[in-house]
Structures are given as C-alpha cells and as structure tokens.
Design a protein around this ligand. Structure first.
Ligand code: ZN
Length: 174
C-alpha cells in the first residue's frame, strides 16, 4: 500500500472532465488502486478522494464516511465509478473543504438529499439515495470528476476573499 501525492489547486487535471471507466479494463488493478486511494484519504484525514486528486483521468472516487456521529465511529467506504446524480432536493449552506485546497474552508450551497447512480467496486450498478454528509460527499466527488471544485460554488461576493486566502496558503502546499 502507498500514500499517494494529492494534486493541489492549480494542477490542470483538477479542471479536467474525466474519462468514463471501462470496468473490465480497470478491474485487474482496481483492488490495489482502491487500497492506495483509501490509505491516502485516511492519511490526510479526508472524507473523499477523486481519481484526478491522485493524477488519474478516470471517473472514479472513494468516499470514507463515519457510520455515526460518535467519535471514532467506524468508517463506511463507498467506491463510486462513473457516477451520475439522478435527483437533487433541498438546499443548505455549509462549510466545506477539499484535500486539493488544504487549509481553505468556505461556505457553499448544496442539495441536502441526492439520488446517485454508479458502478461499485464489484462492477455492480447501484442506485443510492443519500442525505447529510454522504449527500454532500457524493456531490463534492462528482463535481471533481467534472473538473469542478467547491470554490466554484462560493457566493460571488466572497470570491475575492477566497482568492486572497489561496494566495496565502499556496506556498505551504508541496
Ligand atoms: Zn475535494
């Protein structure tokens, strides 16, 4: 297993719309890839990691989410391949961050309830309805696969401030 380099804001692959995964083709290297992505996500205390955050052009993301609100609750892993959001409901403004913009937190508006379709790590199609943190994570990761970042969703009046903070943080990124 390996902790991989996480791409940071400014690297072009984060702005790329990623290519659909051919499951059969990826299957032989998928278990190792998922292990590495999970280990990387844990090492940097993330909730999710998209393939372009480790430099890969694949519509694939891993989400690691606590099973309850208790401290040290076990994590549940979701592997979403070629995901598509089918339905979105509700709206909530909440603070969000991203492993590709470490140290930056900003309020963004997301749907509170989403239905998502994807292929899981066994190649099985899934449809899942999610609320709360999982709904937020699904939207954040699907955005990554489309080359979007959470700062794109920040209220336009706050964007100059976000830019300033990024400028300050950037030298600290590798
Ligand atoms: Zn992110």
């Amino acid at each position: 297993m390996a902790v991989l380099h996480v791409t940071k804001y400014g690297e072009p692959i984060l702005r790329q719309k990623l290519k659909p995964v051919n499951f059969e083709e990826l299957a032989p290297r998928l278990p190792q890839l998922l292990k590495d992505m999970e280990e990387t996500c844990l090492a940097v205390h993330g909730v999710g990691l998209a393939a372009n955050q480790i430099g890969l052009d694949l519509r694939l993301a891993v989400i690691l989410i606590p099973t309850s609100e208790e401290e040290n609750a076990p994590l549940k892993r979701y592997v979403i391949i070629n995901p598509e959001i089918l339905e979105k409901h509700g709206e909530k403004v909440e603070e969000e961050g991203c492993l590709s913009l470490p140290g930056l937190w900003a309020e963004v508006k997301r749907a509170t309830d989403v239905t998502i379709q994807y292929i899981d790590e066994n190649g099985t199609p899934q449809v899942k309805r999610a609320r709360g943190l999982l709904a937020k994570a699904f939207q954040h990761e699907v955005d990554h696969l489309d080359g979007k970042l959470f700062i794109d969703l920040v209220d336009p009046t706050l964007k100059p401030e976000v830019k300033k903070v990024i400028k300050k943080l950037r030298p600290k990124w590798d």
